[in-house]
Ligand binder design. Structure first.
Ligand code: PMT
Length: 327
């Protein structure tokens, strides 16, 4: 909740929990939840310290892409949230390079790790027939294709990348909860890097039309309910030892830092990464309880990105968190 002068007001956790319970109760059951649980369990075992495995890896959950809000149960129409998934995909590569195991919770159809240099339609643009039956990679794309296949397959085969797709706000929040609870026992060695653009309003499943809404009935009058923010419950209950980073996106630079500060205090995040829509690929501001650090892309290096210095800084802060009191 926000006061009229823009400062954060603490909402009692009991009230938040009731809203969250009601959200989950009304959500359609997650398809493939048994399969997701199994994949999570195997991934965590593989990256935990055992005599056979050697030392444990740090685990980060990177959320990426926008969630949708269906307007009909047999969904034809939906409301979407802006996010190409570029931030999440790029950051995933840097986390893996830094020695993390990444659970990539991503919106279907958005950017994927190691594939961001590929053209929009890779299958049709990158390949050509050399004769009637054989296909080869077209020269201009050969490096990008090799990088994509190599990087992706190596990370998956080594057990350093687990990709879990979502589409709706219901799937996203149910999966985020499953992930948080699954990695809770790894304590401070875990991180949440929540770059996904999450819907703020939704239609509860029970209030939703089953069939396609008919346009012949005239203008559409629909009530959307607020999606409960899961950040406080993630921080306090689902994964209390984890290092938690949320993002704040605004289009108005005047209010960006104030909103980021508020999110930091209200949800007790360790870090909020503030970014502005137009400059998000050039610069972000890392906001902590005592610092505001501008992190910029190195413009002197062609092809550089802001995620490289950002992830370096966050890995360093995570190391301090692991050594510290984990509060
Ligand atoms: O994907 P790209 O095109 O590369 O763009 C990256 C990005 C701009 C989407 C990314 O950098 C970013 O800013 N993501 C967060 C955008 C957003 O939804 O901000 P918000 O102010 O609505 O939410 C703030 C935080 O609260 C987010 O970390 C979100 O995960 C969380 N949230 C939001 C709503 C909600 N109901 N529950 C939440 O937990």
């Amino acid at each position: 909740m926000e006061s009229t002068n823009g400062t954060a007001i603490e909402v009692p956790l009991g009230q938040v929990n009731a809203e969250i319970e009601s959200f989950f109760e009304s959500a359609p059951p997650l398809k493939d939840s048994a399969d997701i649980s199994k994949k999570l369990k195997e991934f965590i075992e593989l990256n935990s310290a055992t005599p056979g495995n050697g030392s444990a890896r740090r685990v980060v959950c990177v959320s990426s892409g926008g969630t949708t809000v269906p307007l009909e149960q047999r969904c034809v129409r939906y409301i979407d949230n802006f996010s190409s998934g570029h931030r999440g995909a790029t950051s995933t590569e840097y986390f893996i390079n830094a020695g993390y195991a990444v659970i990539y919770l991503y919106r279907r159809g958005t950017f994927q790790p190691y594939c961001r240099s590929l053209p929009d339609d890779p299958l049709l643009e990158c390949f050509e027939f050399i004769d009637e039956s054989d296909i080869q990679v077209r020269q201009p794309y050969s490096e990008a294709v090799k990088r994509a296949i190599n990087g992706h397959h190596t990370a998956v085969a080594a057990g350093h990348l687990l990709k879990l797709p979502f589409t709706t706000i219901f799937e996203y929040l149910q999966m985020l909860q499953m992930i948080a609870i699954s990695i809770r026992n790894l304590g401070p060695h875990t991180m949440f890097y929540l770059a996904a653009a999450v819907s703020d309003f939704y239609v509860p499943w029970k209030d939703m039309a089953e069939h396609k809404i008919q346009s012949a009935s005239g203008p559409l009058d629909m009530r959307l309910v607020q999606v409960p923010k899961m950040l406080s419950v993630l921080r306090k209950e689902w994964a209390p030892m984890a290092f938690c980073i949320s993002f704040k996106l605004e289009t108005d630079s005047e209010i960006l830092l104030q909103k980021a500060d508020m999110a930091l205090k209200k949800y007790k995040m360790h870090v909020v990464v503030a970014n502005e829509l137009l400059t998000r690929k050039e610069e972000v501001i890392v906001v902590t309880s005592d610092e505001k650090i501008h992190v910029c892309r190195d413009k002197t290096r062609p092809g550089s990105d802001v995620e490289k210095p950002l992830i370096e800084l966050l890995v360093e802060r995570h190391s301090a968190h692991i050594k510290g009191p984990h509060a």
